[in-house]
Design a protein around this ligand. Structure first.
Ligand code: PGA
Length: 263
């Protein structure tokens, strides 16, 4: 059984003390659910202390980024090798990094490969900007982001990857104030699975975990998770508020239970 993945992306927020307060509250307010895997993605600075503080039955950790070389003269960087054992996952190719930090398709590809090489599952973020959608380029953009990012992996390695569809225009930091519409999410996720199917076969296309992110809040959880082929959520802004994040996890659990009863 695939567990539904809920990944809280804290972005560049919370110093060590603030992060510790949030974790304290999350430990208390989030329940353990067998069908849900809750992942926290704090800043690199706070990963280590948080790893000692989280209730490990409830939470796993993700890095928001890391560098693609394992060790050496790269002042200021932290490698996936250094994160080995500390995190299960790492976000790779988040649109804020592609847009504000100039991460190219090739850099994203090398980071995906470095994550895998170090036993960390990359959560590969893909998604089109408003202009690209308006120009009818959504499918092409997703195709290019996906195929370049996975280019250096074997099919067995691709199994470890999680794909996050995050339409840039719907992300809070880019001006989004609500998630993409269900049919927009559905068609993008179908397209992602179609591409995976063409490259690696139907089995992997079905089994690969594909999640949605951008303006996720508790009120949208049921609508999004009920869509076929959506395996989880990647909330940003809402994950900084323990009430909201706990509500998202609880709503996901209710949705899964309902689906189980109906199916
Ligand atoms: P948001 O961010 O929930 O604040 O829109 C999601 C993300 O960028 O991962």
């Amino acid at each position: 059984m695939k567990r539904t993945l809920i990944v809280g992306n804290w972005k560049m927020n919370l110093n060590t003390q603030q992060a510790s307060v949030l974790v304290h509250r999350l430990n208390k307010h989030i329940e353990e659910h067998r069908d849900i895997e809750v992942v926290l993605a704090p800043s690199l600075l706070t990963l280590q202390p948080i790893s000692l503080q989280i209730d490990r039955r409830k939470f796993r950790l993700a890095a928001q980024d890391a560098f693609y070389v394992d060790e050496g003269a790269y002042t200021g960087e932290v490698s996936f090798t250094m994160l080995r054992g500390l995190v299960h996952y790492a976000l790779v190719g988040h649109s804020e990094r592609r847009i504000h930090l100039g991460e190219t398709l090739e850099v994203v590809r090398d980071k995906v490969q470095a994550a895998i090489r170090n036993g960390i599952s990359p959560i590969l973020c893909v998604g089109e900007t408003k202009q690209e959608r308006a120009a009818g380029e959504t499918k092409r953009v997703i195709h290019d982001q996906l195929t370049t990012a996975l280019a250096n992996l074997t099919p067995e390695e691709v199994e470890e990857v999680v794909i996050a569809y995050e339409p840039v225009w719907a992300i809070t930091s880019f001006g989004g104030d609500r998630p993409a519409k269900p049919d927009e999410i559905q068609s993008a996720i179908r397209w992602i699975r179609h591409i995976i199917g063409e490259l690696y076969g139907e089995k992997l296309a079905t089994e690969l975990r594909v999640i949605y992110g951008a303006s996720v809040d508790a009120e949208f959880v049921e609508g999004i998770l009920s869509l076929e082929g959506v395996d989880g959520l990647l909330p940003g802004t809402a994950s900084l508020n323990y009430h909201k994040f706990a509500d998202i996890v609880a709503a996901a659990h209710r949705t899964l239970q309902k689906a189980g009863q109906n199916g």
